[in-house]
Design a protein. Sequence first.
Length: 166
Amino acid sequence: MLRPLQLDDAADHLAGEDTELVRWLSGGPGTEETVRACVERAQQMWANHGPIFTFAIRPSACDSLAGTIDVQLDQPAYRPGQANLAYGLYPQWRGRGLATRAVNLALEFLRSQAGVNSALIRVEPGNASSVSVAMRAGFTLVAHSTETADGHDWYEHEINPTTARG
């Protein structure tokens, strides 16, 4: 299940961080202060109705924090109506299908957002796990890292095909 990230999640988030999460997602190791500030920013975004919504990923069978997923709307690097998804799971939760389920739930959330017609997952070359998640969730490779300004492979999923670009 997904729910908005809360301050109570900060300690679990910091404890779940490992080298893979730092390498593929956050770009640097967190501290109590930086994680708390990140969660506070996430809460402010929720209060302001975006443009970024950070969810806690929780297995439905327990109340543990398994990771996070960001739904980023109205980002300058993307087309109007295109949302970006960024996610990460803590080591003990990987390989169980939770990332794919979280992406699918994020797609459901995006279907409720006016004007959103596609979702994007940007994957650093070499991150085979994220490629697998994108493919299992029905995303299609639309640009290779050599074609993008950020050096990532871009995978896209249409949200509302009847309102998507032609």
